[in-house]
Each structure stands twice: as C-alpha cells, then as structure tokens.
Design a protein. Structure first.
Length: 377
C-alpha cells in the first residue's frame, strides 16, 4: 500500500520513530529503576501497542473506559485514576486494576472499602508547584481541584494508602526543573512518602526531547526512590509518541482576503483539537522559513478562526497538493469528533519493514451511530 493511494485525511504513525522514543524510555528505566506506564489520555491507539508493550510496564487512565482498554489490550500493570469516580465506576474497574488512585480524601473515604483486597490504594497529592506552559493545563493553578494539598491532608487517612501520585508537569523539557520539583516534594511530603510502597510522579516529563539530560534525570529518580524507599512510576504520554505521526491532508481550495488561505480537508476542531484549545500553531513538513509564498493553512470547518497555522513555502500551493501536519499523535486521535459531519481521518502505521498497515477507518455509518442508535416511533 503506497501513501499516494490513501484517501486524506489520515494519520500515519511511523514505527521506527516510535521505537526511537521507546529506546530512550528503556534507557531511563535501566538508569533509574523507575517503572513507566503509558498515559492513555494522550494516546490510546491500541493497534500499535504491540510495539510499545515490550518497553513499558503498563498503562494509566483518567476514566473507567481507559482502564478497561489498558487491561484488555496492553496488560502489565493497570493503574486507575479519575478526578471524580462514581460508585459504579469503582465497581466496574476494581477487579481489573492493580492500583486505584483517588483524587480526593472524600472519594477515598467513600469508596476505598470497595477495593480492599483487590487493588493497591493510592491518593493524588497536589504539591502546589508545577512546570506547565499553559494555565489551562497547570495542575497547581489557583483553585485547582486536582489532588490534596499538604495543609489539607488528614494524617489518619494516609495510613490507608499504599502509594501516592503527583502530576505537576506539562511538556517539561528540563531535567533541572523537574529535579527542583522532586526536591520540593521530598521536603514537603517526605514524612508521608517514607511510609509508602510506591510513588507515581505523573506525566509531562519530556525525556525524549532532543538534548534532554536523560542520565541526570535517571540519577535523580534513583536517589529519590532510595531516599524514601519507594518504587517510582512515571506516566509518559507525549514523551513516548512525540514526533512519530503526521496528519496528512489535501488542499481543496485556495482563497484570498489580504492573505492567501489554503483550505484543507481537515479541521483543528475535529481532528487536532489541542491546536485550537491551546492556540499552538501546527508545523507543516512541506513549509520553509525562507519561502516567499505565505499561506494560512485553514480548515474546512465552519468555525471562523479554525486554522492550523501560517506557513511559508518555496513554491505556490496548488489545489490537490498534500501537506503533512507534523507531530500529530498526542491528544489527537483520543479527541477526534464529528463536528460539521466532517470525514474522520483513517489511522495507519508504517511498520519498520515499510509495510503500511491500516489500523482503523471511519465512514458515514460511524457518524450516524454516534448521534442516535434508535428512533422513537
């Protein structure tokens, strides 16, 4: 199957690039002794879990369906976390998770007894410090509902725990920055950490970023683990799949209103939502900073401000030309939606052998079924 024969839009995951990231994950594990569980909230395309499973220790979730998906398709350790469980949520996953992490002490008190003898019990703590470039994604933002702050801890409840979880990073590309957070956590919560069997330090640690000081991070993690006598976990998402996937689109029209806009057969609101939410422009493989032909890369949705980016090209774009929206794995396929009734991208993987494998494709029946299954006569 050749790329040119595939109908756009589609995602193309590159196995070789994925393995490059996973080898760095393997190196970090060897240096530090940390265990890594894939954050399914970022990437849940289970058709490539056969590539990832040999390198990681399991999965972590943000909702009950992710728990089930990790248990059924990935195996290893299955960590269950949610900002707000219902009683039924807890019952649904209690028998299939290895660790159940509650977001609040009230949820721990309400539902902790339901998992006794079934799963290891954890609680999310909020250190009050973080590294996040966007306030929207900052777990330590003002009035945060995420985790228990140090001054709110009820010591008697901590005795019920096997472990705790912190999540305080978002795309943190600095080992020194993360180590400073580690030191702060150790100073603030050390009394409790010393009593735990395990500690999860969450996700957002971008240890696969080019130039990241992997050995420095590994040494710090090992020292922290030994200091408090705990098994450490990280919950990588973006770090595992960054720079592995393109969203391939086709220019379907070119319009001009002071600036030229190339309209493509995709939309940020439907297919690459974080581009819109965080106002972070996408990058186009075919673009060139030195190019003299500037275009807004606009979506085919009806939302006026829905665009991928502004980019320059060496040559004028043409209708029918394909463009590759780079780094489109994280928080994309897990957020696909049917806004405007747009065609949803198919998902492919280019295996290391060169073979292109279809993982999923969607059609009108999927769109229709997502809105109603039965009619009322």
């Amino acid at each position: 199957m050749q790329d040119a024969s595939l109908n756009t839009p589609y995602f193309m995951i590159d196995e070789a690039k994925l393995i490059d990231n996973l080898e760095k994950a393997k190196q970090l594990k060897e240096i530090s002794g940390v265990k890594l569980v894939l954050a399914l909230k970022c990437f849940s395309t289970w058709g490539v879990f056969d590539i990832i499973k040999p390198y990681l220790d399991g999965t972590t979730s943000s909702g009950p369906y992710e728990v089930k998906l990790g248990y059924e398709t990935f195996g290893g350790e299955t960590h269950a976390y949610s900002v707000g469980y219902s009683k039924q949520d807890v019952l649904d996953v209690a028998d299939i998770c290895d660790k159940m992490i509650f977001n609040s002490q009230s949820q721990l008190e309400a539902y902790g007894h339901l998992i006794e003898g079934k799963a290891s019990v954890g609680l999310r703590l909020n250190p009050g410090v973080s590294c996040a470039g966007q306030d929207l994604a900052d777990p330590a933002r003002k009035y945060s509902r995420l985790g228990v702050h140090a001054d709110k801890i009820q010591p008697q409840l901590m005795d019920q725990l096997d472990g705790v979880m912190f999540h305080m990073n978002c795309e943190n590309k600095s080992a020194d920055s993360f180590i400073a957070l580690l030191d702060d956590i150790s100073d603030t919560f050390g009394l409790y950490l010393d009593k735990m069997e395990w500690v999860s330090l969450g996700g957002g640690v971008f240890f696969t970023w080019p130039g990241y000081e992997l050995e420095k991070l590994g040494a710090a993690l090992k020292a922290f683990s030994e200091k408090h006598g705990v098994q450490l976990y990280l919950e990588p998402g973006e770090a595992i799949i960054t720079k592995t996937t393109d969203l391939v689109v086709t220019v379907v029209d070119i319009v001009e209103n002071e600036k030229k806009t190339a309209i493509v057969d995709s939309a940020t609101e439907a297919h690459r939502l974080d581009t819109l939410i965080y106002d972070e422009p996408a990058s186009i493989l075919e673009a060139s900073e030195s190019g003299s032909h500037e275009y807004v890369i606009g979506s085919c949705s009806c939302l006026a401000g829905d665009q991928f980016c502004v980019a320059n090209f060496e040559q004028p774009l043409e209708i029918g030309q394909r463009l590759h929206v780079m780094d489109s794995a994280g928080y994309t396929m897990v957020k696909l939606n049917w806004f405007n009734g747009l065609k949803m991208p198919a998902i492919y993987c280019r295996r290391a052998s060169g073979e292109v494998q279809k993982l999923n494709e969607f059609d009108y029946s999927d769109f229709k079924r997502s809105l109603s299954q039965w009619s009322v006569s």
